[in-house]
Design a protein. Structure first.
Length: 579
């Protein structure tokens, strides 16, 4: 069989039309802001030097630009990480048994833990330059974005319908082609919604990521997060109000320039659509599609990609195994036991390392006390995830089945998900002190303030992806009320819900660090729990106790993922596929 090199049709007329004239200024403005912000991130800097930071609202646009660029860089890194990591975990069973437990561990390590470990290395990479501190902040934001995107793609790749896989085998698609033409398009709607959630998660943890501590010295990078931290320290309510407006502006800019076009573009990857169903729209995507010059420029990457895939397929034609059917290689039972044993040995080795590190600094009684702190925080997480599920699953299903509603509430949901918990500290502290309320109970809602939206976003993505023929079949069978939920809706959205719940659970553990120890000016309230223990140890620079707290948090999160969420993932992949 001979392959011919694909050709690209080039428009004979390359003069810009009206649509090009509308979009070109937007592109140049974005490039100018990117160049300016990038230059500010690479200025000379020595550790210990205090960066200028003011609560003047006139400086907020500049701070917003710096924070937005950090989140864009972290989102790009998260997307690359997701495509590689999730694909390996979903397609190679031998690696899956290692990569997924590692992902559980990475998800369970709090942002403060990543910062305390990596910041010195990043600064050493760029001595005398601010870029090292910026990279540490970007990496911290990356750790708040990557894991839920990876879980989303992994879950989607594990639940591709068998009839579509069989169709790809009939067309003799190579693994490379099947990934780009079937599996990634199948996962795209859910991945886009989780990218939205990732950016919102970055805004939620923006204070923790922009306040860097090195050798007992605090570095506050110019950004919205540092602005919020300074406003809280000085008890400036007006500045907090300006910060809320800045966060809202940042979310709306991201929504209009990135996520609304992505949602409208990803709608074409749905399995099917109902006749007359209103499709999501984006003014920016419309400009891109109608601009003559922009369409031509967009063909250039496509031409390069087509040539790359052509050469790849041509190489596959010359290999010995190119006609072999695509099959998933499974491990024999003895090999699986070997992998499990290696994982157990690795976990024991990590615990021994932690024990040697904290030996002499922490007694056994304190270790037992920290385990009890972990149980207390675990109880909060279970209760809050259950309550959030009862509230947001019905709401997410209702929104997901109405594309126009989903489009209109998209930026609202992003803003609520991105709302930094720190901005609620003044309200929480004032109300708890005024009513003499129980700190252990009434600081708990701050844990779920930003992470509950993982459930909502994933349920919306799952409900919007339900095929229309399944909806018609449920209607023809007369399913209604609770029976419709039990037999149709809940099984259909279950894989998406599990992805949202597992990331919400891990995010709640992370959020416990900022929610169990809250302050407003000189007033500090501390709830009993593992999060407050880690936050206090981090503030004191007590590395043995930081290591102990992180190890215990990893232990609890891995236990939840191993014995609860992983089994639910297997149930979704084996019994609740859209076949």
């Amino acid at each position: 069989m001979r392959w011919s090199l694909p050709t690209v049709a080039v428009a004979p007329e390359l003069k810009p039309n009206f649509w090009d004239l509308a979009i070109i200024p937007i592109i140049f403005a974005l490039l100018a802001l990117l160049a300016y912000g990038g230059a500010q991130m690479t200025t000379p800097y020595d550790v210990g030097e205090k960066l200028a930071l003011s609560l003047d609202p006139a400086g907020l646009p500049y701070y917003l630009l710096r924070s937005a660029l950090r989140m864009a860089a972290a989102l790009l890194a998260s997307l690359i990480f997701t495509l590689i990591y999730a694909s390996l975990a979903a397609k190679v069973p031998a690696l899956e048994k290692v990569l997924i437990p590692i992902l559980d561990i990475l998800q369970s390590i709090p942002i403060l833990g990543f910062l305390s470990i990596t910041v010195t290395g990043f600064i050493a990479l760029f001595p005398g330059n601010l870029l090292g501190v910026e990279c540490a902040a970007i990496f911290a934001i990356f750790t708040s974005q990557a894991w839920n995107m990876t879980f989303s793609l992994y879950s989607s790749l594990k639940t591709v319908p068998n009839d579509l896989i069989e169709a790809s085998e009939m067309f003799h698609l190579s693994p490379w082609q099947r990934f780009w033409r079937l599996e990634l398009p199948w996962a795209m709607p859910g991945l886009v919604w989780n990218m939205m959630m990732s950016v919102s998660g970055g805004w939620f943890f923006v204070v923790a990521s922009e306040a860097i501590s090195v050798s007992g010295q605090s570095i506050a990078l110019p950004g919205v997060g540092s602005y919020i931290a300074l406003a809280i320290a000085e008890e400036n309510l007006a500045a907090i109000g300006w910060a809320m407006l800045a966060v809202l502006a940042g979310i709306m800019i991201y929504d209009q320039l990135m996520f609304r076009p992505l949602v409208a573009w990803a709608d074409k990857f749905k399995v099917d659509s109902a006749p007359g169903e209103q499709q999501p729209e984006s003014w920016l995507l419309t400009l891109m599609q109608r601009g003559r010059l922009f369409r031509y420029l967009a063909r250039l990457p496509s031409a390069a990609w087509d040539r790359f895939t052509f050469l790849l397929r041509q190489r596959e034609e010359t290999t010995l195994f190119h006609h072999a059917p695509i099959r998933m290689v499974t491990l024999p039972s003895w090999a699986e036991r070997v992998w499990d044993g290696l994982l157990i040995l690795a976990a024991l080795g990590a615990l021994v390392e932690v024990g040697l590190f904290i030996h002499g600094a922490i007694g056994l009684w304190e270790v037992w006390q920290v385990l009890l702190y972990g149980l207390t925080t675990a109880l909060r997480v279970v209760v809050l995830i259950s309550l959030a599920s009862l509230i947001w699953v019905p709401v997410g299903v209702w929104i997901g089945q109405r594309p126009l509603v989903a489009q209109n509430v998209q930026w609202v949901a992003q803003f609520l998900a991105a709302f930094p918990a720190n901005l609620m500290f003044p309200v929480a502290v004032v109300l708890i002190v005024h009513f003499d309320a129980n700190v252990d109970v009434w600081t708990s809602p701050l844990m779920i303030l930003g992470t509950q939206w993982y459930i909502l976003f994933n349920v919306i993505a799952g409900a919007s992806a339900i095929p229309q023929d399944m909806k018609d079949a449920a209607g023809n069978l007369g399913l209604s009320g609770w029976l419709r939920w039990k037999k149709f809706i809940l099984p259909a959205i279950f894989p998406s819900y599990v992805t949202g719940a597992v990331t919400a659970s891990g995010g709640s553990w992370n959020a416990s660090i900022v929610s169990e120890l809250v302050s407003w000016g000189d007033t500090k309230l501390e709830a009993v729990g593992l999060g407050s223990y880690i936050a206090r140890a981090t503030a004191d620079g007590d590395f043995p106790r930081i290591a102990l707290g992180i190890a215990v948090m990893c232990l609890f999160v891995m236990g939840f993922n191993r014995f609860l969420w992983r089994r639910l993932y297997m149930l979704a992949a084996d019994r609740l596929r859209l076949d």
